[in-house]
Ligand binder design. Sequence first.
Ligand SMILES: Cc1cc2nc3c(=O)[nH]c(=O)nc-3n(C[C@H](O)[C@H](O)[C@H](O)COP(=O)(O)OP(=O)(O)OC[C@H]3O[C@@H](n4cnc5c(N)ncnc54)[C@H](O)[C@@H]3O)c2cc1C
Length: 404
Amino acid sequence: MIGAGAAGTMAAIFAARAGAHVVLLERTAEGGRKILISGGGRCNILPSRLDESRFVTDSSYNTLRKIVRAWPLAEQIRFFNDELGLALVEETESAKLFPASNRARDVRDGLIALATREGTHFRGNTNVTGLMPLEQHRWRVLLDAEPPLDVDAVIVAAGGLSVPKTGSDGLGLQIARKLGHTIHKTYPALTPLTADPSAFTELAGVSLPVTLTAQSAERAATATGGFLFTHRGYSGPAVLDVSHVAVRSKARDAEPARLTVRWSTRDADEWLRALRRSGNRSVIGALREALPDRLATVLLWSAGVDPTRTLAELRREERATLIDVLMNCPLPWSGDEGYAKAEVTGGGVNLAEIDPRTMQSRLHRNLFLCGELLDAFGPIGGYNFLWAWATGRAAGIGAAHANE
Ligand SMILES: Cc1cc2nc3c(=O)[nH]c(=O)nc-3n(C[C@H](O)[C@H](O)[C@H](O)COP(=O)(O)OP(=O)(O)OC[C@H]3O[C@@H](n4cnc5c(N)ncnc54)[C@H](O)[C@@H]3O)c2cc1C
């Protein structure tokens, strides 16, 4: 097993349980660093409700669905409850599940402890440098400054390119490419966007729920959720969830995606009622009911309305322009924070080259691939761990039965 992240530790548990002699090779001392930093240190371990259509892939959706359905959400929840002893608590408004302790460390330590109890031999500080096919479908795992390991089957769970300081720098993708696999073009996904020059520097730190749409010539995404103005641009779940459309539009050197924001849950009729002429009430007062103060001021200026005006003074065309800004505001952006901040890698190994039941490569026997290096990712909300758990488990069981 190469890589003791989310997918690799899950694969180790199920391979060892199925009777395989498992060696888990991990470059960092303890593995699972991405689990430790996930969900702000709380680990959003799974979604509480699953919408499969929210996964993104350039491979076959059908294959993706088969993989996800092979370990249904309810069974995954049961696994964490019963086998890891982690009670999961739902954050209802976001449909996310967290361990009741709110400690990501409990998830990481629990997975490694269970893998070890099942018989996995964990080798930390072990850097894998490559993989060579041997005769009779066996494999040689090349190690940095250590003798190679010859094995019956190998699972590559080395992650993608996101947040390289956690240990994953794309070696798994390199291995797969060298072995002839098609790698769908990779890109940072779930990453903050930048705006330089920023139209909203004075709003850094302001956050609110919004609906954000990214539209490029080739794709579109809409997300409702938290939005945060940062010193460099924009972050928060809604921004991360649509960021792939923006990132990919830049990578293709085409027209950059257009971002538009609806700044509150109010619809146009509700705003129309809120902005009706009524005595001496100020326009800013009406906006403040639904928006943070500083944002309300900036939006009024950008609609060309002096915030001190009263609702009675607002002309019909001004009201229409203001409602347009509130409902459909263009958000200027210039770039993204890249893999350093991306929660996951978009693109990766083409799912068509993987058996969806076992995660075995269709090009090489006894080679199994799982986790982030595959061409799929989901939105914020536990989807990416769900993918890692499901693919890891399938690969572990598949590899344990490889030569039967
Ligand atoms: C800041 C942040 C927050 C996140 N929060 C969430 C969340 O709350 N919910 C959610 O669902 N998802 C979240 N994610 C995404 C989730 O963490 C990843 O999708 C998931 O960890 C991918 O699992 P993986 O096992 O495929 O890869 P990784 O977790 O990256 O594991 C790969 C492992 O392989 C090891 N490795 C790599 N190369 C080698 C080598 N050459 N030799 C030996 N070992 C090697 C690495 O050290 C690492 O331990 C978050 C990601 C980030 C960055």
